[in-house]
Design a protein around this ligand. Structure first.
Ligand code: PHE
Ligand code: ZN
Length: 853
């Protein structure tokens, strides 16, 4: 132990990894379900691990009441130690049996076995199984599970295939060895939405989505998404499903999005239930992606799992990458890429440039639940994308085949992952590995020169220090570049430059004139490109770039530059920008979804970070005002075109949540948002009154609130949807996100007093306090009311649900960007949280890391 103080939470280090002392062949579990006194009997066959260096026997266990324990049938009295128990055990294989009692009904942390609306369910990743029984709860201990559930509830589910069931019981057997974090159990009065799937080798698989009575009409879309995912993984990665049955269960109270338990995925109901009346187009896209993500984990996560939790990105980065490929194939590749980069910058760059920055593969943690981050997931996925760009498509899929062949059934590491690429390509990936080991977002600056028909680009990279890592080595950066001629034609098509040095030049010869470069096409690396280009060049690229990502990026750079001038120098909205965007808006040859994305402005948070990068202290109110002024200028500048666009992109066919229709709706709704700034809300009211789907209804409500005309519609919306908890989450969030900044904290505070507010439901808590935290001008109100409100509620939630509390502390991660008054206000709240008696390990770690910066 490297931590000397007995009270300080213990830090776990990757470098301390030791193989398990005992391995398991089989696990038999029997559950007698009862809300406050569930009995769990375990029968586990252990054998000493021949590779182990110690014979100590330790089982993790938390919040368990041990009733009895036996080894090889003889009663034993184990020694309780912090976090589990130890026991003297034979030096040869032996059978461990134990009975424990647990209380799912009072488990508000939503980890282990808990209850949600009368339904029993589990969440074991990362370390929740130890709240179910004593076990070597670590991912490199894999075992075959047989589970018996005893309860009068009609639906009793676990992993694998059903064995038998009868009055008051069901038995399940999972033939695939798995770590305990993939264990799952569900018991409830549920309704199945059934279907079937035949795999490419002819195996017939039963599929079900289980939901609470009343939700059965919201399963069809998820089921289609599941079948599409199954087909896609066969076609693209050659991966088939491997059990007779695949079940999905929707749960209302869930800390995360969804969980890939073997054969029994458990979903936050917001990530699976969908209907046109209650879900937006964005919800549909997200649900499709999450269903795919969890399904794809069956190979990348379950068949090949992680050796230890430091390797989390091995399964998460790869699976996010795979689900992004799937969405690109099902919908639009450029649109998906643009959306992902917006999200990457909003969440991962923000994290990577603040006190919570950590490597994609961290090397220490206190609480692993705090490392399910944008860095592990989204930056982890970017690393897969860069690898694919570097080795090419053909070698990428060869390496993946080798990975599945070589490591099926393993608990693997990032070293194993990189090795298959080295073996397939003969490349040395040791420099690439720095992407996994070093935190921080590289800055990439560019110089250009043109002489005698040769155009030279010189790049320099540097990465700022991050907590615990001052020195950064140069990374391998794949820079996709294309060159355009003055007439807008492409003179050099996309070429991938492989940068390996701190500073490096690349020359293009045989050019008749100095070209315009399009750099970092498709966002080929997760870096911040620092390029001094002028508005004329940005407008030129927005009009002519053949790479859709960079075309959009040029518009974004133009918008950002104009907004920075408005914030810093009180400049008027940039006429070049307004003209350029108008050209895009009226160009009916362009995809409507692309046009809607081009019309969208950089977020308040994006602008705040941009100002920091330029050496300024951002003023949240000034940023908000600049955006409002620019939107007003857009509304007037485009006044003649907007009604035409709005009318033209109305969808007249029956609602489909596909890329085409949702693209049209997103453009029409972007037009509506601008129109609503000049028509007093008339068009929005008309849309609100006639809307027959949630995308239209919610967009109209947002416009009405912004126009100050939302009171009647807000009340009506509540009456219409008060029985639908997922829609009411939207109602909570929208009122806060669309409130005037000076009122947002009051609106949020009032909503915490609403009869429908409950902090026991993570979705509702996030819809309220999370919505405030994500509205920068409201949250960062100068008097600190936003900070105080959030801290109050985090302090109240922590004893009930440490995981969700800790995640939401990241609202404060940008605090060092702001002026000293705001910093002092935030520091006071952070200190108040830290001073709370019995603060959870999760929240203590997060707040201390933020405070230490
Ligand atoms: N492993 C889940 C996923 O990415 C996320 C998750 C983590 C869910 C921890 C619950 C708890 O799909
Ligand atoms: Zn995942």
């Amino acid at each position: 132990m490297k931590d000397a103080s007995p009270t300080a939470p213990q830090k776990i280090y990757l470098s301390d990894y030791q193989v398990p002392n005992y391995l398991i062949d089989e696990v038999h579990l029997t559950f007698q379900l009862a809300p406050e006194a569930t009995r769990v009997r375990s029968r586990i066959t252990f054998r000493p691990n021949p590779d182990a260096t110690s014979a100590d026997f330790f089982l993790y266990g938390e919040q368990l009441t041990l009733i009895s324990a036996q080894i090889d049938g003889a009663p034993v009295t184990p020694t309780h130690v912090n976090g589990g128990l130890t026991c003297d055990v034979p030096s040869a294989p032996f059978v461990w049996e134990a009975e424990v009692e647990i209380s799912p009904a009072t488990n508000t942390a939503l980890e282990g076995l808990y209850m949600s609306n009368g339904m029993y369910c589990t969440q074991c990743e990362a370390e929740g199984f130890r709240k179910i029984t004593y076990y070597p709860d670590r991912p490199d201990v894999m075992a075959v599970f047989t589970v018996r559930i005893e309860s009068d509830l009609p639906v009793l589910l676990s992993n694998g295939n059903p064995v038998t069931s009868g009055d008051g019981f069901a038995e399940w057997h999972d033939p695939w060895p798995k770590p305990a974090y993939l264990f799952a159990l569900v018991g409830g009065d549920l309704i199945a939405h059934p279907d079937r799937f035949t795999t490419k080798s002819g195996k017939d698989v039963e599929l079900n989505i289980y939901v609470r009575p009343g939700d059965e009409g919201k399963c069809a879309f998820g089921m289609e998404a599941l079948k599409k995912s199954m087909t896609w993984d066969e076609e693209v990665y050659g991966r088939e499903y491997d059990l007779d049955i695949f079940n999905i269960v929707a749960v209302d109270d869930f800390n995360m999005g969804a969980m890939e338990n073997k054969g029994l995925n458990i979903f936050n109901s917001s990530c699976v239930l969908a209907s046109p009346e209650t879900s937006t187009d964005m919800n549909f896209e997200r649900i499709e992606a999450i269903i795919a993500h969890e399904y794809f984990h069956n190979w990348t996560g379950n068949r090949i799992t992680c050796r230890d939790w430091f390797q989390l990105c091995l399964k998460e980065g790869l699976t996010v990458y795979r689900d992004a490929q799937f969405t690109a194939d099902m919908r639009s590749e450029p649109v998906k890429r643009i959306e992902d980069v917006i999200a990457l910058r909003a969440r991962q760059f923000r994290e990577d440039n603040g006190p919570l920055a950590h490597p994609v593969r961290p090397d220490s943690f206190v609480e692993i639940n705090n490392f399910y981050t944008a860095t592990v997931y989204e930056k982890g996925a970017e690393l897969i994308g860069m690898l694919k760009t570097l080795v090419g498509d053909a070698d990428y899929y060869k390496a993946l085949d080798l990975y599945f062949d070589r490591h099926d059934g393993d608990a693997a590491t990032i070293e194993d992952w990189l090795q298959v690429f080295e073996d397939v390509t003969g490349r040395d990936l040791s420099q690439f590995k720095r992407w996994y080991e070093q935190a921080g977002t590289p800055r990439l600056s560019v110089d250009e020169a043109f002489a005698d028909g040769t155009y030279t680009l010189t790049f320099s990279q540097s990465t700022p220090a991050t907590p615990g890592q001052d020195h950064k080595d140069p990374r391998v950066i794949p820079i996709a570049v294309g060159l355009l001629g003055a007439d807008g034609n492409e003179v050099v098509p996309t070429t991938v430059l492989e940068m390996t040095e701190a500073t490096q030049s690349f020359a293009f010869d045989g050019l008749s004139a100095k070209p315009v470069p399009s750099i970092l096409r498709g966002f080929s690396a997760p870096v911040i490109l620092e390029r001094d280009s002028d508005n004329a060049e940005r407008a030129f690229l927005l009009a002519h770039d053949t790479d859709p990502f960079n075309k959009w990026e040029a518009g974004r750079a133009l918008a950002r530059a104009g907004l920075v001038e408005m914030v810093l120098n009180n400049a008027a909205p940039d006429g070049d920008y307004l003209d350029a965007v108008l050209q895009v808006l009226r160009n009916d040859d362009l995809d409507p979804a692309f046009r809607a994305l081009t019309l969208a402005l950089p977020s308040q948070d994006d602008l705040a970070q941009t100002l920091v990068d330029l050496g300024h202290t951002p003023d949240p109110t000034a940023i908000y005002q600049a955006l409002e002024t620019l939107k007003m200028a857009m509304a007037t500048h485009m006044q003649d075109v907007l009604p035409r666009i709005y009318a033209q992109y109305q969808v007249n066919e029956a609602y489909q949540p596909d890329a085409e229709q949702s693209g049209a709706r997103s453009l029409a709704n972007a037009a509506l948002a601008l129109i609503s700034r000049t028509d007093g809300g008339a068009a929005a009211q008309a849309q609100y009154d006639s809307a027959d789907n949630m995308t239209q209804q919610l967009a109209a409500l947002g416009c009405l609130i912004m126009a100050g005309k939302g009171d009647a519609a807000t009340a009506e919306f509540y009456d219409q949807w008060k029985e639908d908890r997922l829609v009411i989450d939207k109602w909570f969030a929208l009122q806060i996100s669309h409130a005037a900044p000076e009122r947002a904290a009051e609106v949020a505070a009032d909503l915490t007093q609403h009869v429908d507010f409950t902090m026991k439901n993570p979705n509702r808590f996030r819809a309220t306090l999370g919505a405030l935290a994500m509205s920068p001008a409201g949250f960062h109100r100068a008097d600190g009311a936003g900070y105080a409100l959030l801290a109050d509620w985090l302090i109240q939630l922590d004893p009930l649900n440490p995981q969700t509390t800790a995640r939401m502390c990241s609202a404060f991660e940008t605090w060092k960007r702001y002026d000293s008054d705001r910093q002092a206000l935030i520091a006071a709240q952070l200190d108040r949280i830290l001073a709370t008696p019995d603060l959870s390990r999760d929240t203590t770690e997060m707040v201390s890391r933020i405070r230490a910066s």
